[in-house]
Design a protein around this ligand. Structure first.
Ligand SMILES: NC(=O)c1ccc[n+]([C@@H]2O[C@H](COP(=O)([O-])OP(=O)(O)OC[C@H]3O[C@@H](n4cnc5c(N)ncnc54)[C@H](O)[C@@H]3O)[C@@H](O)[C@H]2O)c1
Length: 407
């Protein structure tokens, strides 16, 4: 094991700050089994964003380019948290420099680029992983446990939505999120999350059908300054065309179940609503990201049979015992905590801690490609009047998801 791990984050935007904070928290989750983690640099082409994030989260410095991170001898681990279309160049450059890379979802802006990244990673001497953050959500991990243990049993039907409203105002400024080919909009942005959550619970998706992509706000104003995340700032009178989807919907086939997924960035009132119901042979479970510290559970053999009961997540559920500073019942849990567990898992793997003593590993680049194959199949389905489109089988089911959190 190395004496210490030097960490950097590329991108000081909305999610970059979550990564920066997560590396700060990761060593304090669970027992201190990691080597010392040095918070070295945050790189952003926007000097102000990088400098502020570095100071806020206690990083030693900030840099202006990914190349500076690649060349730095004091950095071992790098999160890539910039626009999807930039992932390939940066990830490959970092892998060539021997850095361990945690890339944000979706893996890239096109399936071809993602496949090229995975091919490149095969030859790398360092780790390449992708952040599927919602797998770290205790409620979602618990529902998966209930399915796999047989309490809920085999999935019969999955119904999921990821509704956001960052684009519901026509004055929301143009940004990289509105540029790219079919399916690179809401589908890639939040449909990527919903797709891997659906597979996390229901198993591999073998076909999509009924694909539909709609662009409902067709032009957006050019911002007058830098835009971070979903921020609204001052805009000019100049409009640019929106190139990709505001709304997407599709049906999925699992091995022996079906489901429907719907995503939006124009669902006013739903800032960040990942919601699903999963119906199984012995009952059903519900999850709503707005109330992430609970799930709804209905079991058919419950004598009362009076509908869903609220299960408040606590130390007896995945991730929480020993993982939060105060791991008592009902202390709550949020999306930022999931980033911290994700960072911890990545650092554990980089440090060479045995898998059995670690958090479930982060997703591989093969899983990232498979996720992109689902998104690509939806776009193909949409372009062909909703036709069924097969999804190549992925390797994601070979990853055991049970680590110390459940022991
Ligand atoms: N896991 C999650 O829950 C989650 C949430 C939001 C975003 N994301 C993902 O994170 C990535 C970034 O999204 P975001 O919302 O943080 O974007 P953002 O627009 O808020 O931030 C991107 C940052 O990258 C900087 N940047 C642009 N080009 C750069 C370059 N060449 N080198 C260094 N910095 C550069 C910009 O100045 C900006 O600060 C995307 O892949 C997105 O899909 C994941």
């Amino acid at each position: 094991m190395k004496d210490s791990l030097g960490v950097a984050v590329i991108g000081a935007g909305m999610a970059g700050r979550a990564h920066a904070a997560a590396y700060r928290t990761a060593p304090s989750l669970y027992d201190p089994t990691l080597p010392p983690v040095r918070l070295v640099s945050i790189a952003d082409v926007n000097a102000g964003f990088g400098e502020l994030a570095a100071r806020r989260f206690g990083y030693e410095r900030h840099d202006l380019s990914w190349q500076a991170i690649a060349e730095a001898d004091d950095i071992d681990v790098v999160s890539v948290v910039i626009a999807n279309s930039l992932h390939r160049e940066v990830v490959q450059g970092l892998l060539d420099a021997g850095k361990h890379v945690l890339c944000e979802k979706p893996m890239s802006d096109t399936l071809d680029e993602a496949r090229a990244m995975a091919d490149h990673a095969v030859g790398a001497g360092s780790l390449a992983r992708i952040g599927f953050t919602f797998r770290r959500t205790p409620g979602i991990a618990y529902i998966r446990d209930l399915i796999h243990s047989g309490v809920l049993g085999r999935v019969l039907h999955f119904s999921g939505r990821y509704w956001t409203d960052y684009g519901c105002s026509p004055s929301a400024p143009m940004s990289w999120r509105y540029q790219g080919g079919p399916g690179s909009g809401a589908l890639a942005d939040v449909g990527s999350h919903l797709s891997y959550v659906a597979e996390f619970l229901g198993g591999a998706i073998s076909e999509v059908s009924g694909g539909r992509l709609d662009t409902v706000i067709r032009a957006r104003p050019v911002p007058l300054g830098a835009v971070m995340g979903h921020d609204h700032g001052a805009v000019s009178d100049v409009l640019e065309p929106v190139e990709n989807d505001d709304y997407a919907a599709f049906s999925v086939a699992f091995a022996d179940a079906g489901g429907a997924l719907e995503v939006s960035r124009v669902a006013a009132g739903h800032a960040n609503s990942l919601m699903f119901e999963v119906f199984c042979e012995n009952g059903s479970a519900t999850f709503d990201q707005r109330r992430p510290a609970e799930i709804g559970l209905f079991l058919r053999d419950d004598p009362a049979r009076d509908g869903f009961r609220q299960v408040i997540l606590g130390p007896q559920h995945p991730y929480l015992a020993g993982g939060l500073a105060m791991d008592a019942p009902s202390v709550g849990f949020g999306q930022n905590d999931a980033f911290a567990y994700q960072a911890r898992a990545f650092l554990e793997e980089v440090a060479g801690l045995p898998e059995a003593d670690s958090l479930p590993r982060c997703a591989t680049f093969d899983e990232g490609v498979h996720n992109m194959e689902i998104l690509s199949a939806v776009a193909t389905s949409a372009a062909n009047g909703g036709a069924g489109v097969p999804v190549p089988s992925g390797t994601h089911h070979t990853d055991p998801h049970h680590g110390k959190v459940l022991s």
